[in-house]
Design a protein around this ligand. Structure first.
Ligand SMILES: O=C(O)c1cc(C(=O)O)c2c(n1)C(=O)C(=O)c1cc(C(=O)O)[nH]c1-2
Length: 263
């Protein structure tokens, strides 16, 4: 085992209250979906067809900063994780987002463009140039702060806590499916191939969710730790909510009000 002073450990304080059962703990985690950014006015505007092309471009350009942060965050988790079994599963996330290219002995190449490239294609489909996406010129300072907080958390927290912070993904398949169901009708000017990122995530995200959820349910054992897991999930929900607040303030929401408030 890697020396404890090299890696932060999950603290094991226990105040004697009974732990939630696995089922109850999962229910408590899922309960927090009511604070997911799917309910944010900016997202409601986007997914109900009330956004202008300018607002869609703003969202895609800003969200790009989140997309490029995800594999950096996942590499930080792996760097802090001494559990080989977990790393064997987790590495798939980096390949999903960064893509890969392997040269085979016969000169052929095995390659996958990956999620970041798919996001750039989404950007091009909504009318942005590759350069203006990748040079981050449209990324708002508050979006940067929020995303950087996620990376910093993953770098510094015990790896189990960093895994737990990915659990907003529990709620992501619904938001991706919502986009696939509503964008083609509301925004017919966006070429369907531009939505490939969302299609890919509807199969990738459920697999990530099972893994992240199992690690969390396995490692957060006593009640103090389980409540800490809920706080971490809320912290991450706040990051996503704050990104939307910043974009709403800058690009406007065309009068759309929140369906539900963040808890
Ligand atoms: O479009 C979205 O609303 C949304 C949200 C989230 C999320 O909940 O963190 C992710 C994604 N998309 C996503 O596509 C993705 O790959 C992803 C990875 C992670 C993560 O925390 O590791 N979250 C998300």
């Amino acid at each position: 085992m890697i020396r404890a002073d090299l890696l932060a450990e999950l603290h094991d304080a226990d105040d004697g209250r009974p732990a939630w059962s696995r089922e109850e703990f999962e229910r408590q985690l899922r309960e927090n979906g009511k604070a997911y950014h799917i309910h944010h006015p900016f997202n409601v505007m986007l997914n109900t067809g009330r956004a202008t092309p300018e607002q869609i471009r703003g969202w895609v350009a800003n969200r790009y900063y989140y997309q490029i942060a995800i594999p950096v965050k996942d590499a930080a988790i792996m760097a802090n994780c001494p559990d080989r079994e977990v790393r064997r599963g987790w590495v798939q996330r980096i390949l999903d987002h960064d893509g890969f290219e392997y040269g085979l002995p016969d000169g052929e190449k095995l390659r996958d463009a990956g999620g970041i490239e798919a996001w750039i294609r989404l950007g091009e489909a909504v009318g942005l140039s590759r350069a203006e996406i990748t040079d981050l010129r449209h990324v708002l300072p508050g979006v940067r702060f929020a995303v950087d907080a996620y990376i910093n958390f993953a770098r510094r927290a015990p790896w189990q806590e960093a895994v737990c912070s990915s659990l907003t993904e529990l709620f992501a398949p619904v938001i991706h499916r919502q986009r696939l169901a509503t964008w083609p009708e509301h925004y017919p000017w966006i070429e369907s191939s531009g939505l490939e990122y969302f299609r890919n995530r509807t199969s990738q995200a459920p697999r990530d969710v099972i893994q992240g959820l199992n690690v969390t349910l396995d490692h957060f054992r006593n009640r103090v730790q389980q409540e800490r897991a809920i706080q971490i999930l809320r912290f991450k929900l706040d990051i996503l909510w704050s990104m939307n607040d910043v974009m709403a303030q800058h690009y406007g929401t065309n009068g759309v009000a929140a369906e539900r408030r963040a808890a």
